[in-house]
Write a protein that binds this ligand. Structure first.
Ligand SMILES: [Ca+2]
Length: 95
């Protein structure tokens, strides 16, 4: 969804798991977002950067992520974060 001023908003369905704590958002600019060595290795092949703290709405508890797109293509992946602080199921790249 586009936001006023050139921003964008990602949104997703909430997680109902009992171990759910918050959401981590990762960003990749890897060409085609394809691993060099399939199935890949989360989060280094392809490289994903944790951009959770850059959320324009300043909350990792809600189901939105606001940002201003830069030049070129970027891929975003939202991963559930458990109450132990670790990533939940990534669903890609061997995780
Ligand atoms: Ca948010």
């Amino acid at each position: 969804m586009k936001l006023p001023g050139g921003g964008a908003r990602l949104s997703w369905d909430p997680v109902a798991d009992l171990c759910h704590d918050a959401y981590n958002v990762y960003r990749s600019t890897a060409t085609g977002m394809r691993p060099a060595l399939p199935p890949g290795s989360w989060p280094v092949d392809p490289v994903f950067e944790d951009v959770t703290a850059a959320d324009g709405d300043a909350s990792d508890l809600n189901v939105t992520y606001d940002f201003v797109p830069g030049p070129g293509s970027a891929y975003y992946l939202v991963v559930d974060r458990g109450t132990d602080g670790s990533d939940g199921v990534v669903g890609h790249f061997g995780e």
